[in-house]
Design a protein around this ligand. Structure first.
Ligand SMILES: Cc1cc2nc3c(=O)[nH]c(=O)nc-3n(C[C@H](O)[C@H](O)[C@H](O)COP(=O)(O)O)c2cc1C
Length: 216
């Protein structure tokens, strides 16, 4: 699979099979992702991956927090949808309508997948130093996407989600993530199960909306 194929084949998987990703595969995926570019090669990222019994305990704790309606408070602040500007705001609305339309009677699969943390057999937490400058987020994004493409290339599906990092204090109870590291993003890794939601394909804006090439 080349990069273009991996870019197109990757999609968010919201329910995983009960099947572990081999540790050597996880190591290889993160090693590949380390080739991501970063400011002056700062490589601000660290990765903590919970698997097996630990991943199960984290999922159970997440479900309990979600069921009692605990408000999410990620280390990276979440803005309001309107802060993203009209274009992004409209795209978010379109995505949401599209997904709900696709799910139809199975619409509950979405909130359930969130509360159940996608039944993920492996959960990767991407962290960086708490006081990193804003530019580091660019590096973290490049790293995250590289990780998901490397996973896809190795036959492993992925799910990047705020949902995974919305209860950082609970995560720190299970993993040795110091307070001076911000838990920036979570990526679930595993193998897609047959649930309807996994068949959803989000679309993209026409290229003309996104790209300007100028020569004068
Ligand atoms: C920063 C970020 C946070 C996200 N958070 C969630 C989330 O909490 N729950 C979820 O189901 N999807 C989440 N997603 C997945 C997006 O909805 C998804 O990437 C987008 O709709 C495009 O679909 P695709 O990944 O299938 O191409 C997140 C994606 C990113 C990049």
């Amino acid at each position: 699979m080349n990069v273009s194929e991996a870019l197109e084949a990757r999609r968010s998987i919201r329910y995983f099979e009960d099947k572990q990703v081999p540790e050597e595969t996880l190591r290889a995926i993160v090693k590949d992702a380390q080739w991501a570019p970063s400011w002056a090669n700062a490589q601000p990222w660290k990765v903590y991956i919970a698997t097996g019994d630990l991943a199960r305990k984290i999922r159970e704790s997440h479900l309990q927090n979600a069921q009692r309606g605990l408000r999410g408070r990620s280390d990276i602040e979440t803005g309001h949808r309107t802060d993203w500007g009209r274009k992004a705001y409209n795209n978010m609305g379109h995505w949401s309508d599209d997904l709900q339309g696709y799910l139809g009677m199975s619409v509950r699969e979405f909130p359930m997948s969130q509360a159940e943390l996608f039944d993920a057999p492996a959960i990767a937490y991407l962290t960086m130093h708490q006081d990193s400058p804003e530019w580091s987020i660019y590096d973290m994004g490049a790293f995250g996407q590289s990780l998901m493409l490397a996973a896809k290339e190795r036959g492993v599906d992925s799910m990047a989600a705020y949902e995974i990092v919305k209860y950082p204090e609970a995560i720190r109870k299970f993993l040795p993530i110091p307070q001076d590291e911000a838990i920036v993003m979570g990526i679930a890794l595993g193998y897609a199960d047959g649930r309807k939601i996994n068949g959803f394909r989000s679309d993209r804006e026409p290229l003309e909306n996104v790209l300007t090439i100028a020569n004068k």
